[in-house]
Design a protein around this ligand. Structure first.
Ligand SMILES: Nc1ncnc2c1ncn2[C@@H]1O[C@H](COP(=O)(O)OP(=O)(O)OP(=O)(O)O)[C@@H](O)[C@H]1O
Length: 358
């Protein structure tokens, strides 16, 4: 297994910058998820690591070896990288076993050894009883498992997965999530997993890299990204967050807290230890951090726009009276009914002062 290190990787397509000075280190055996809006460069980064694209600047190292730079690039077949994409790309005319063993055949592995390794890989994903079937006779989830087994049979030290569950229905996704977690535990391959699905990323990954506009915005443990976003993009992107203006920042009573004004109401929130006591800043928070206040004095005034039934709670969409251009939401229990047009008072239970850009 290897450590992957991207350093200053830059990639243009024609005149368009698609990756801009990307640096990312994935530790040996780590499972890292890459999240970001469509077109932010996730697949391009994976293709560079696999060796299917050339970069304009930077280096990619596997352990201490430079495998890619603008001057030289190790061919894809020499990188020992396994790749699983969302369209499984199985050969339709080959059986499951032949699909899994195909790369080994090309590599000149003897047929007995090929059979042994293919069946072993199929057993890892509980598909050994399907070895003689054709892909057309499998469900989507089963095909995805075969694609995983094919990747496994080649015994890769690095696995790159590009939205491998995107084509599966919700139930299959959930069961495949635990397969991936198991798979990683067993193989300890260094894994980079691209997904659009935040809950999938949070459930599976040791760390998540958030990308936007060809840049890495933040890399951290799921909880860190959620509760301590480094910038406004991450604060908005992770967990349907909001960014609110706050004023009059003063040191709080407890370490790591500050007192701020949120639409005229004094609130206690969290901040970095070195946060300067400035006149204004931005606060990142989530719908679960906002509550209906007991009395009008306990929060800031807002107007209810609409409410949405969410099973265990109501989601209340509202506009602060001091900032009617913003639509925010909070979770309310069913025993505090509110309706469109009501004036409510909202208090801030938690939030994170977004550090000033360095
Ligand atoms: N071969 C190519 N030629 C020209 N432009 C390309 C090529 N491949 C990708 N791009 C452009 O590079 C940008 C990044 O694409 P990329 O596929 O890496 O994004 P992504 O984050 O994986 O997106 P998605 O989540 O939609 O798959 C996009 O603007 C895309 O149009």
């Amino acid at each position: 297994m290897v450590t992957i290190a991207l350093n200053g990787v830059t990639k243009d397509f024609a005149k368009k910058r698609v990756l801009d000075d990307v640096s990312l280190r994935v530790e040996n055996g780590e499972f890292i998820a890459v999240l970001g809006p469509s077109g932010c460069g996730k697949t391009t980064m994976l293709r560079l690591i696999a060796g299917f694209e050339q970069m304009k600047a930077g280096t990619i190292r596997f352990d201490n070896d430079i495998i890619a730079s603008p001057e030289r690039s190790l061919p894809p077949e020499k990188r020992n990288v396994g790749i699983v994409f969302q369209n499984y790309a199985l050969w339709p005319h080959m059986t499951v076993e032949q699909n899994v063993g195909y790369a080994l055949k090309i590599a000149g592995v003897s047929s007995d050894e090929r059979r042994r390794r293919s069946l072993e890989a199929l057993a890892t994903v509980a598909m050994e009883n399907f070895a003689d079937r054709l892909p057309a006779d499998l469900s989507g989830g089963q095909r995805q498992r075969v694609a995983l087994a094919r990747c496994l049979a080649a015994n890769p030290t690095v696995m790159l997965l590009d939205e491998p569950l995107a084509n599966l229905d919700v139930h299959l996704r959930a069961s495949m999530e635990s397969e991936f977690a198991d798979f990683h535990r067993r193989t300890r391959a260094t894994m980079i997993y691209i997904t659009h699905d935040q809950s999938e990323a949070m459930a599976l990954a040791d760390r998540i890299a958030v990308m936007d506009g060809g840049r890495v915005m933040q890399v951290g443990r799921p909880h860190e990204l959620y509760s301590q976003p480094q910038n406004e993009m991450v604060a908005r992107f992770i967990g349907n967050g909001f960014v609110l203006p706050v004023t009059n920042i003063q040191r709080g009573a407890r370490d790591g807290t500050v007192d701020v004004d949120v639409f005229g109401h004094r609130s206690v929130v969290r901040a970095r230890k070195d946060q300067s006591m400035v006149a204004r800043a931005s606060l990142g928070l989530h719908p679960g951090d906002l509550k209906l206040a007991g009395t009008a004095n306990d929060g800031f005034a807002a107007q209810v726009e609409r409410t949405t039934y969410r099973g265990g709670h109501m989601q209340v969409h509202f506009r602060p009276q001091q900032a009617p251009h913003l639509t925010l939401s909070l979770h309310a229990s069913h025993d505090r009914p509110v309706a469109a047009g009501d004036t409510i008072s909202v208090c801030v239970g938690d939030g994170w002062v977004i550090p000033e850009a360095a």
